[in-house]
Design a protein around this ligand. Structure first.
Ligand code: MGP
Length: 204
């Protein structure tokens, strides 16, 4: 746990430019900037408001930085129970209250095995930074949550009321994470009561 925090506090140096003989290798720029966040509520003071331990950790916009960060730090299997890793488009906070998320919701999937969670997280990150969704503008980010009961992964989107877009994103995400588990959509504003469409193992 402390280990994760320490590592998160000291991200590796980016490998933006490497000299090889006379040539300078250029980094591969991503379409957009992304930010990793970390939250460990178990380290908060008792009674602290939700989000008080949520912090922005590292922003990146090249393929090289992404791999360096992923390899060194951002694997959900390293998370202590009750902690979360987030990767969101830079400028969007991973909170229901953020204006980009306020009318949104999330597709969620449970994972009973740490290795599955790591694999689904990586596939989702690659899809996000590679802009693989038809409605890329709709995507806010992804959250990996380590929980005592069952770990979870959630893909946050912007316009929960646009069912056609959400169904298309859900279908694509299910294909990307290649899971037999059911994925479920829920609205942030009614997070506790409103459960939206689900996609079982046979849906595509
Ligand atoms: P959670 O971490 O998304 O779910 O939210 P968890 O811990 O897996 O538990 P579950 O049983 O609710 O699935 C846990 C609680 O944290 C929520 O019920 C809210 O009280 C609070 N919370 C979570 N999020 C993502 C937010 C947020 O964006 N804004 C606010 N204000 N509270 C939040």
């Amino acid at each position: 746990m402390a280990e994760v925090e320490d590592e998160v506090a000291a991200p590796p140096e980016s490998t933006q430019e490497v000299e090889g003989g006379n040539a300078i290798r250029q980094p591969h720029n991503l379409e957009r900037k992304w930010t990793f966040w970390f939250d460990n509520p178990s380290k908060s003071k008792q009674g602290a408001a939700w989000g008080s331990s949520l912090r922005q950790v590292y922003t990146f916009d090249t393929v090289e930085e992404f791999w360096s960060l992923y390899d060194h730090i951002f694997r959900p299997s390293k998370l202590p129970a009750s902690a979360d890793f987030h990767c969101f488009r830079t400028g969007i906070e991973p909170k229901w209250e953020d204006p980009e998320c306020a009318n949104g919701g999330k597709w969620s999937v449970s994972s009973s095995r740490k290795s599955n969670l790591d694999a689904m997280w990586l596939e989702t990150l690659l899809a996000l930074i590679g802009e693989q969704f038809d409605d890329n503008e709709e995507i806010c980010g992804v959250v990996a949550s380590a929980r005592l009961r069952q770990d979870k992964l959630a893909l946050w989107t912007k316009t929960a009321s646009n069912e056609a877009v959400q169904m298309s994103i859900g279908r694509k995400w299910k294909e990307i994470i290649d899971t037999m588990e059911k994925i479920v959509y829920s609205y942030h504003e009614e997070d506790l009561d409103h459960v939206g469409p689900t996609m079982g193992p046979k849906s595509t």
